[in-house]
Design a protein around this ligand. Structure first.
Ligand SMILES: [Zn+2]
Length: 467
């Protein structure tokens, strides 16, 4: 029997055990917490790591622990040829679950529970792929490792513990995304700009303006209080512009003036074209009001000029750029807070690989400074593993063999677990078009897809580490 068929039969006969192992991990609330001895990211992640280590040892794998921040289960002799990188920590659960998020529930071929898709389920899938290769006795020329981290969701402080001891394998994939494969991740600019002013007296003026709560989320809502104008004047401007800006609005008398609130549509900052930014829409409405010339008016009008609501690609900042490998630059004004003392803003930009500090970060800062803001930015370089390399081609071939679908390389504006690992890619295990709802309620994974992913990963291990 050929290797592929042996892998497929082994996988089909281990589905029950695999679900039971996913259930063990899902039952542990491994949300980041207070550091304690032996639990660098809190009790929950440490308990999940204990359980995973026990599971790996039970299957006969050697396991090494790195300060209990991460552990690695490995198999095979000789040089490490492949690392798989997955994580055991989870994002906390919000409202709206139809099942207990810390109990694995199966309904109509779907598994439900926190972490089934991000990333406990995928970790177990990779583990079973490794177990499959071991139990089938496939001959290997090198070794494979499953690195299990416990802090992917809150800063990736786990990986330095591992890489302080080990070097990365020549090939790494992370089962913490979608198929087919992500080899390119955009760079990231996290910018801050501000202006301060003395107490303002001029009227009419914007007395306060705020929106946004997290640098990497495009906010739907923003609100402002305008002094010295009547509600009718404010409404007239809104009536004219709100539809174009794709927001709904509300005015009321409050705070000694007119309070204006707008509502758009929230989304992740890496895909701003899917949302409607409440801050930039409100800035445009405020900029169109007949305000007195004073510092808050100048700040609001500068913001409306540099971050027009319809521009989520940095065109007004002069940095709208794109390339074939990694797509187009995105620019999101994600947090704004203006009050009697000044204004502070945060921006989030995802930059294609053609963008550099010189042609992108510096020009943005210069434009902001030119408008009277003080500005600074952190910049993290893009990640780019060549799509033509042997490793990527091998992974895509395994994907194609199992699915019959065409494998191709993709880019993402979001950072994955391999962002700082040379030669790393994100590879599955969610299939294109499937809504797993990670970080949200009713997180899910299809059992059939999970089995397909085991078959793909086992083939990949055999191809990369096999004789
Ligand atoms: Zn994840």
């Amino acid at each position: 029997m050929d290797t592929g068929r042996r892998i497929d039969e082994w996988t089909a006969s281990h589905v029950g055990e695999m679900k039971a192992d996913i259930a063990k991990l899902v039952s542990i609330r491994s949300v980041v917490g207070e550091a304690e001895p032996g639990a660098p990211f809190g009790k929950g992640p440490a308990a999940a790591l204990d359980k995973a280590i026990e599971m790996c040892r039970g299957m006969g794998f050697a396991v090494r622990d790195y300060d209990h921040a991460a552990a690695c289960a490995s198999f095979g002799e000789g040089e490490r040829l492949l690392d798989m990188l997955a994580h055991l920590d989870v994002v906390d659960v919000g409202e709206g679950w139809e099942t207990d998020p810390f109990e694995l529930v199966e309904r109509d071929g779907m598994l439900y529970g926190r972490g089934v898709s991000d990333d406990k389920g995928p970790l177990v899938i990779a583990l079973y792929a490794m177990r499959c290769v071991k139990e089938l006795g496939l001959p290997l020329k090198g070794s494979v490792g499953l690195i299990m981290g416990t802090d992917e969701e809150s800063g990736m402080r786990d990986l330095p513990h591992y890489f302080a001891v080990e070097k990365n394998a020549p090939n790494t994939f992370s089962p913490d995304a979608d198929f087919p494969l992500y080899n390119v991740e955009k760079g990231h600019m996290h910018g801050f700009f501000s202006a301060a002013w003395d107490e303002q007296k001029a009227l009419p003026r914007v007395e306060s303006f705020s929106g946004g709560f997290r640098f990497n989320v495009l906010p739907s809502d923003a609100e402002a209080v305008v002094l010295g104008l009547d509600e009718k004047t404010v409404r007239e401007v809104c009536e004219k512009r709100a539809a174009d800006l794709k927001v709904t609005y509300k005015t009321e008398t409050a705070g000694g003036g007119v309070k204006l609130s707008v509502s758009g549509l929230s989304c992740h900052a890496s895909v701003p074209e899917t949302g409607v930014n409440g801050i930039t829409a409100l800035a445009e409405l405020l900029a169109a009001l007949p305000l007195a010339d004073c510092p808050s008016t100048r700040a609001v009008r500068s913001i409306a000029k540099l971050f027009p609501a319809a521009d989520c690609n940095g065109a007004a900042l002069g940095v709208d750029m794109a390339d074939e490998v990694s797509g187009r630059l995105t620019m999101v004004l994600s947090i704004l807070k203006l009050d009697g003392a000044g204004v502070e803003c945060t921006l989030d930009s995802r930059m294609p690989i053609c963008a550099t500090e010189d042609n992108c970060v510096k020009p943005v800062l210069a434009k902001l400074e030119n408008e009277g803001f003080s500005a600074k930015a952190d910049f993290s370089a893009p990640h780019n593993t060549p799509g033509e390399g042997e490793f990527v081609r091998t992974l895509l071939r395994c994907y194609e063999e199992v699915t019959g679908e065409e494998g191709r390389c993709c880019y993402t504006g979001g950072g994955t677990y391999v962002h700082d690992i040379e030669g790393g890619v994100a590879f599955g295990p969610t299939f294109p078009g499937f809504e797993s709802n990670i970080h949200g309620n009713n997180e899910r994974m299809s059992v059939e897809d999970a089995l397909k992913a085991v078959r793909i990963y086992a083939r990949a291990i055999a191809a990369i580490c096999g004789k």
